[in-house]
Structure formats: structure tokens, C-alpha cells
Design a protein around this ligand. Structure first.
Ligand code: NAP
Length: 497
């Protein structure tokens, strides 16, 4: 049963994934008890609740994949499988005692700023509500992207997206097509290939893949991490700082990426024996331009007798087959779209209307998705976004960014309460200056110059996704709420200071 939302809450959080859970815990700790978390799903977890495809696991080391304030001492491996991450997120929510604040099966359909009351008016599938502050914690990889391929609606078999795995479909003895060769596909293909009669993998652009140093933690190691005070913290710090040293190779010292690319080339040579396959998986861009993938079984899976790597572009889908530009037609029973997510077009922005009814999506169509410190947007008072524009990391755990934003937002809400403010809104000139500097920094990086098209770039070619420095640098800029960067309005006269 879905609980009825209260008519008003001081803080409304959209999304019960890692960001929503973390903020809920920290708000409670800070004494902000009047908040709700709404999610269209049936439980917490966000992307880790939804992505249940075979082989789903994290490509960031486990030690970095829990909140720093609630470390998970139970990880079984150095890279955690999805069920363990989901179970961690469930238990951390329960242990913090915040679950009562969550409203599931609640789809938010519209959020409108009301200038008269300085509140957000929020419409959901579970009724209407109002809130003084609106926090978007819905993530940038939550809306599956399906490709527009001619004839796709004529296909008579099953089609599903990797993030919405069809567990009712029995793979045994079937002919399957996987479209895409990104982070999801390279986990799925090795996991399912042996159950199928035949698997066609449709590759548009070959990715760079490096070895995955995954291993099970031994009994003694797990016991030590659990029992010895500070050991887990030390272990985490060593991985964390090690990861930060990758940043120069992506940004100002791209020549440092060469040894990594050489390692990835050796990985191809080791994983594949047939020269034509080795050639077909050779990426046409510099390593790091797209997300670097990690797998030990991707190339061996492509070498299997019952797997074909198809590199000719898809031209059409028919009732029971996929046709490609080289004139081939390959019959299939089902198609799995591993074609990624709406990362740069932020579908949630279609639902948000700020001052003077300005739609966030419309605002961003002109400016490109942008925000002050990736978190707040001029024209949209009391709106905060976690993992907003230019906060994505290519080298380490997003939980570092999420925690930095949670701290900043909590401090902003403290500040508002202390001064009895009704609205805060970042100054436009400072937001423009912040983003101008970001664009300059990004212009030199591998993500913008490495010769690839990726989900980091929007349709106009702007990089509105990546944070181009270390996670530590991001945390530093978020360490204090910088009220001077905001226009403030107080409760008594609703005038701008
Ligand atoms: P993705 O990395 O964006 O890959 C999408 C794939 O689909 C690409 O190979 C793309 O080809 C292909 N594609 C898209 N449209 C196509 C079309 N019309 N025809 C043919 N091919 C098409 O998506 P993803 O694999 O779902 O991963 C997205 C992100 O989610 C990752 O980068 C990562 O951040 C996250 N993720 C993380 C994990 C993890 O930690 N374990 C696992 C999965 C995903 P092009 O390269 O040519 O565009």
C-alpha cells in the first residue's frame, strides 16, 4: 500500500537512490525532520534497484561504494555484485531509521514554483503536496534510452532495455540480439552467452576495455576489515587517493594515458586470437574519451562459437530479424537494448517550472544543462540537484560527489532556517562565471578532444556532464555554503536583500 503524502513538508526529495537515502540520513542527523522522499519504484535503491540484468555489478571498487559515514563491512568481493549493493542500501536506510520518510510508487509529474507563497507545488501520482525546498535526487542515468530504428515497432518478439530486464523470458536455446557495447552490454553478454543458441552483438563503436582486478575477499581479510578499527578506513583512503591520481591523464597530461591504452591493447591481444575480431574491437578514439570499461570475460565471450560481433550498421528491424547495411538479415527471438540512458537531456527538467513559469528543460535548451556548482540554478529558487550538470566522474566513485552535495545542501537548509529565509537562488553572474571556467577546463580534456561521441556531450557538442578535476577538489568547493553567491529573500517582506 502507498501512504498518502502530507499536504506540506519542508523538504521534498525526488528519488530514493543513493543520493536520496544519503540526504535523508544527513537531514535527520542535522535535525531537519520534516522531509519526504518520493520514488516511483517500490523500494529504495534507484539504479541499483532497477538494473537487475544478469552480471550486474559495480565497476568501481567496493571499498569506495558505500557512504563514508556508513561503511559496509560485508562486501564479499573487490567489485560488488548488484544484489549486495541493493541489500546494503536497504539496510543502511533501515538502520538509520529514516524509512518512514519514504513514499514509494509515487511518480512526480510536475513541480511548479509559486511566487506568492515561495513554495514548490508538486503533483504526483499519489496526490498533490507543497514544499519549501525541492531536491532532485533522481540521478542522471535513470531514464532508459531506446534507439530510433526503422521498423522497430514491427518486431514480433520481445524487446527490452538492459535497465528493465525481462526475467520472464527464458533464454535457453534462443537467438538473441544485444544492441550496444557499453558498460551494461559487456557485463550481460558474457553472463548469458552460454545459455543461448545464438547471440548477435551489434557494435556501433568499439569501447576500450581494461582488465578487471576482481577477487573474492578471503575469510581472514573480511574478519580483519570488520574487527580492526580504522583498517577499512585506511584501505578505502588508499584506493581513493590512488584513483585521484588518474585525473591528470584525463585532463592536462593526456600523454599519461598512453600506458593505459597500451595495456588495453594487450588485453585485446590476449583475449582474442582471430585477427578480424581483434581489428573489429579496436576503438577509433583515445582511451578515456568514453567511460573506460573493465572486464576479463568480454573478449573471450566474443570469441565463442555461438556469438557473432556485428559491426555493419543496423538499417532496419523486421518482424523477426535485424537487417544491416552490408545486406545481411539475422533472425532473432528477442532484442536487448543496451543503448544507455537520457544523460544529457535530463527528462526530469521537463517537469520543473521556476520563476515566471520558466521550464527548466527550456532554460537548459538555450544554455546547455548548467548549474551553480552543479547544484542550484538561477530562476529556480530553493531547487537543489544532486548529480546535477558537470558533476559526473570518470575515475572514481560518484558517492564522493553525492556526499559533497549532501553536505552543501544540508548547510544551505540550515542557513535558511537560521535566518528564516523563504528563498535562496544563485546569482546569475556567478553561475555564468562558474560555468565559463568549467567550459575552459573541459575544452582541454580527453572527454572533449579524444575523438569520440559519448553521453558526456549533449546534442550541441557541449560537455554538460563531467566534473573535470579531482573528487577532492569538488568536495573542497562544496565544503561551506557560500551564502554570498545567492540572492536571499526573507519571510517577512519577501523582498530581495
Ligand atoms: P552506454 O555506455 O551509453 O552504451 C550504449 C551503447 O549503445 C553504446 O555502445 C552505443 O554505441 C550503443 N548504441 C546507442 N544507440 C545505438 C544505436 N541506435 N545503434 C547501435 N548502437 C547504439 O550505456 P550503458 O552501457 O547502459 O552504460 C551507461 C552508463 O551507466 C555507463 O557509462 C556507466 O556510467 C553506467 N553503468 C555502470 C555500470 C557499473 O558500474 N557496473 C554498469 C552499467 C552502466 P556508441 O558508442 O556508438 O554510441
Amino acid at each position: 500500500m502507498t501512504n498518502q503524502l502530507p499536504a506540506y513538508s519542508k523538504v521534498f526529495i525526488l528519488g530514493a537512490g543513493i543520493a536520496g537515502i544519503g540526504l535523508a540520513i544527513k537531514l535527520k542527523e542535522a535535525g531537519h525532520d520534516d522531509y519526504v522522499v518520493a520514488d516511483r519504484g517500490h523500494t529504495v535503491g534507484g539504479t541499483w534497484r532497477d538494473n537487475t540484468y544478469p552480471g550486474a555489478s559495480c565497476d568501481v571498487p567496493s571499498q569506495l561504494y558505500s557512504f563514508s559515514f556508513a561503511p559496509n563491512k560485508q562486501w564479499s568481493r573487490s567489485f560488488s555484485p548488484q544484489p549486495e549493493i541493493q541489500s546494503y542500501l536497504e539496510s543502511v536506510t533501515n538502520e538509520a531509521g529514516v524509512r518512514d520518510h519514504f513514499y514509494f510508487n509515487t511518480e512526480v509529474t510536475k513541480m511548479r514554483w509559486d511566487e506568492d507563497t515561495h513554495k514548490w507545488l508538486i503533483t504526483t501520482s499519489n496526490g498533490e503536496t507543497t514544499s519549501s525546498a525541492l531536491i532532485l535526487a533522481s540521478g542522471s542515468l535513470s531514464a532508459p534510452k531506446l534507439p530510433e530504428i526503422e521498423g522497430i515497432n514491427d518486431f514480433a518478439g520481445e524487446i527490452w532495455h538492459s535497465a528493465e530486464w525481462n526475467h520472464d523470458f527464458d533464454l535457453a536455446g534462443k537467438r538473441l540480439a544485444v544492441i550496444g557495447t557499453g558498460a551494461s552490454a559487456i557485463q550481460i553478454v558474457p553472463e548469458i552467452a552460454d545459455q543461448l543458441d545464438h547471440l548477435d552483438v551489434y557494435q556501433r563503436t568499439a569501447p576500450w576495455v581494461i582488465p578487471r582486478h576482481d577477487r573474492e575477499y578471503g575469510k581472514a581479510e573480511r574478519a580483519a576489515l570488520k574487527m580492526i578499527p580504522g583498517l577499512g578506513k585506511l584501505y578505502r583512503s588508499s584506493i581513493r587517493f590512488g584513483r585521484e591520481t588518474y585525473v591528470p591523464a584525463f585532463t592536462f597530461a593526456k600523454q599519461l594515458g598512453k600506458p593505459l591504452q597500451a595495456m588495453a591493447e594487450r588485453h585485446i591481444a590476449k583475449g582474442l586470437t582471430k585477427p578480424e575480431l581483434r581489428k573489429a574491437v579496436q576503438p577509433p578514439f583515445q582511451i578515456g574519451c568514453k567511460r573506460i570499461l573493465v572486464s576479463n570475460d568480454w573478449y573471450p565471450a566474443l570469441s565463442r562459437q555461438n556469438v557473432d560481433l556485428v559491426t555493419s550498421p543496423i538499417t532496419r528491424i523486421t518482424k523477426d530479424a535485424i537487417q544491416t547495411a552490408d545486406g545481411s538479415t539475422r533472425q532473432v527471438d528477442a532484442i536487448v537494448m543496451c543503448t544507455g540512458f537520457h544523460a544529457t537531456d535530463h527528462p526530469v527538467a521537463d517537469l520543473i517550472f521556476g520563476r515566471k513559469g520558466l521550464q527548466l528543460a527550456e532554460h537548459w535548451r538555450w544554455h546547455g544543462a548548467s548549474a551553480y556548482k552543479g547544484t542550484t540554478v538561477p530562476g529556480f529558487p530553493n531547487l537543489f540537484q544532486i548529480t546535477g550538470p558537470n558533476t559526473v566522474l570518470g575515475h572514481t566513485s560518484m558517492i564522493e560527489i553525492i556526499e559533497a552535495q549532501i553536505g552543501y545542501i544540508t548547510a544551505a537548509l540550515d542557513y535558511m532556517s537560521a535566518l528564516d529565509l523563504t528563498s535562496i537562488e544563485p546569482k546569475e553572474n556567478l553561475t555564468l562565471a562558474y560555468n565559463h571556467e568549467l567550459r575552459l577546463d573541459l575544452g582541454k580534456t580527453i572527454w572533449n578532444t579524444g575523438g569520440c561521441a559519448s553521453w558526456y556531450l549533449d546534442d550541441a557538442g557541449r560537455n554538460t556532464t563531467i566534473w573535470p578535476k579531482t573528487a577532492i577538489a569538488y568536495a573542497k568547493q562544496m565544503a561551506k555554503f557560500d551564502a554570498a553567491a545567492y540572492n536571499l529573500t526573507d519571510r517577512n517582506d519577501l523582498t530581495t536583500h
